[in-house]
Write a protein that binds this ligand. Structure first.
Ligand SMILES: C[S@@+](CC[C@H](N)C(=O)[O-])C[C@H]1O[C@@H](n2cnc3c(N)ncnc32)[C@H](O)[C@@H]1O
Length: 228
């Protein structure tokens, strides 16, 4: 398995963009939708939002639907995913959406954002660089929000969690076979990830305030937020 976080993400997401939306809904047992709703609940009438690792745009379009006047920028590493997001934007005829092909950590913009969000990026990300850039791009009072999987602390939930990914790997569906590399690599990545602690430390170091962690779905995911 690749060790550089960008190489790792490139391996996980090669050739599976078309099935992503279905796979994330099914494999999270419907929790993805609930988690995305919680992300949106942190936004109050934003005018300009950056969605880092936007993928096919699930969060981006949910924000657009809830706040139609909001200008949105989505950034992602994987061209196939962005292509789907771009086609979706074209089909709905909205001009306030921009998609940029870039690593989240390398993206900067001179026009400030009032929120920067991400879903399933933190465990792959260079948290320090990302948080430093986010601090520079957010206007005062702006919010940085990161959502991702976490390893459950509860022993019974952890036992079940450990058995879930091997089950997924044996699913016969062709769509799921495109996800074998990700399903094999994800458990180790999530088990070893210290993204919540790293992000909280980076937020403190870069002057963020009101740093909060919300544990989700029996500790299997979390949302960390802070104000600039
Ligand atoms: C699981 S998908 C999540 C997509 C979307 N945020 C969602 O919640 O549906 C993960 C996405 O992260 C992107 N990604 C991973 N590491 C990245 C990085 N360092 N910079 C930008 N995108 C990244 C991948 O290309 C992929 O599209």
């Amino acid at each position: 398995m690749a060790h550089n976080h960008i190489d790792l993400a490139s391996e996980f997401f090669a050739g599976n963009a078309a099935s992503y939306d279905d796979v994330v809904r099914v494999t999270t047992l419907g929790n993805d939708h609930k988690w995305k709703k919680k992300i949106l609940a942190h936004l109050s009438s934003p005018t300009r939002v950056l969605d880092l690792a936007c993928g096919t745009g699930i969060v981006t379009f949910a924000i657009r639907d809830q706040f139609p006047q909001c200008e949105l920028v989505g950034v992602d590493l994987t061209a196939d995913y962005l292509e789907i997001a771009q086609q979706r934007a074209k089909a709905t005829g909205h001009s306030n959406l921009t998609f940029v092909h870039s690593a989240a950590e390398h993206f900067t913009d001179d026009v400030p954002f009032d929120a920067i969000v991400s879903s399933y990026l933190a465990k792959y990300a260079d948290i320090e660089t990302l948080t430093a850039n986010a601090a520079a791009m957010l206007q005062p009072g702006g919010i940085l929000l990161m959502h991702d999987f976490t390893y459950p602390h509860n022993a019974i939930i952890a036992w079940l969690w450990e058995r879930y990914f091997p089950v997924l790997r044996w699913m016969p569906s062709r769509n799921l076979r495109q996800w074998l590399i990700a399903f094999k690599g994800l458990p180790t990545l999530v088990r070893e990830s210290t993204w919540v602690a790293d992000l909280r430390t980076a937020m403190q170091q870069h002057g963020f305030t009101d740093i909060r962690t919300e544990s989700l779905s029996m500790g299997t995911a979390a949302i960390v937020t802070a104000s600039r």
